[in-house]
Write a protein that binds this ligand. Structure first.
Ligand code: 8YV
Length: 323
């Protein structure tokens, strides 16, 4: 029997590609957009980065598609309604990257609190002159971290912040106590914004979270507070954030995600001193990227060989197939 055809739009290590070839025939490997577009009309599956856009117009070019296996937890790149209507399973890689994203978030909290970037600049410049002294930071113990989105990643951040002695408040649609995190306090969003010394965003991007943080929300934050975003750029109204930062209405922002990515070279946020921008590296560790690749391959192969994938966001599609 011939093997199902798939587009593999990320680089896979040789061993994993060999495993995949046992049950799937890769039409393309690697992320060349022209090669991917040419192969899509024949593909039954696609494995791609969670940042690779798959709107309905692109899905229409792929009449044989049965599975989209995202290399990432976010799946806002896919028109889920259109995929579901077509019976296409949409899979993602939750869990395996929570620790890495939480570590990065904590690194940013620490960098903000201890003014790491300002002090590193000082060491190269003003240290020899000794005056003024290096900028002072602040202790984490007793400070309030406001976590918006208390899913796997938000909870992993909370565990780390609690270990540093921070108070954690959170906002989520569901606020049932989480085992081991009973000390974390659920709050309405406005109250969280008013209380937090650092606000950190960990929501999925969907219509309900698009521009969740805009001018009104930024207005509620303390002038000394920082905003961290490691979720998706579009969760924040970037123009409103830029204005708030320029006018000193909040102290600063640490952004691992922007809208769009990559930003234009003249993106104003890149030039502001009270902003740290990183190039979307939340999951970018050797171990985590390997675990994400494994899970994405398992999802793809499972659907294409008629088995249940480890992680599917529209499982009703699979149930419908077995009926
Ligand atoms: C990207 C991510 O997938 O998991 C997500 O939702 O945004 C990231 O892990 C990764 O950068 C690959 O492009």
């Amino acid at each position: 029997m011939s093997k199902p055809l798939a587009v593999i739009a990320i680089d896979l290590p040789a061993g994993l590609l060999e495993d995949l070839r046992r049950s799937v025939h890769p039409l393309v490997t690697g992320g060349d957009p022209a090669a991917v577009a040419e192969a899509l009309p024949r593909a039954e599956g696609i494995l791609c980065s969670a940042l690779f856009p798959l709107p309905a117009t692109v899905l229409q070019t792929a009449p044989n598609l049965r599975v989209i296996s995202n290399f990432g937890v976010g799946y806002n790149n896919v028109d889920l309604a259109a995929a579901t209507a077509r019976g296409i399973a949409v899979c993602n890689t939750p869990g395996v990257l929570s620790g890495a994203v939480a570590d990065l978030t904590m690194a940013l909290v620490l960098a903000i609190a201890r003014r790491l970037f300002a002090n590193a600049t000082y060491a190269r410049g003003g240290w020899a002159r000794r005056e003024p002294p290096p900028p002072l930071g602040w202790d984490l113990a007793g400070k309030v971290l406001g976590i918006v989105g208390f899913g796997r990643i938000g909870q992993a951040v909370a565990q780390r912040a609690r270990a540093f002695g921070m108070e954690v408040v959170y906002h989520d649609l569901v606020s049932a106590p989480v085992e081991g995190l009973e000390a974390c306090v659920p709050l309405p969003l406005d109250e969280l914004l008013e209380r937090a010394d650092v606000v950190s965003l960990h929501v999925n991007l969907d219509p309900s979270t698009h521009h969740l943080i805009g001018a009104r929300e930024l207005e509620r934050m303390k002038p000394t507070a920082w905003l961290i975003n490691t979720s998706r750029g579009q969760v924040v109204d970037q123009a409103a954030l830029t204005a708030a930062l320029r006018e000193g209405r909040i102290a600063g922002a640490a952004l691992d995600v922007l809208d769009p990515e990559p930003p234009a070279p003249d993106e104003p946020l890149l030039a502001l001193e009270n902003v740290i921008v990183l190039p979307h590296i939340g999951s970018a560790t050797v171990e985590t990227r390997a675990a994400m690749r494994d899970l994405a391959v398992r999802n793809l192969v499972a659907v294409l060989t008629g088995r249940t994938p480890p992680s599917c966001v529209n499982p009703a599609v699979l149930a419908a197939r077995t009926r």
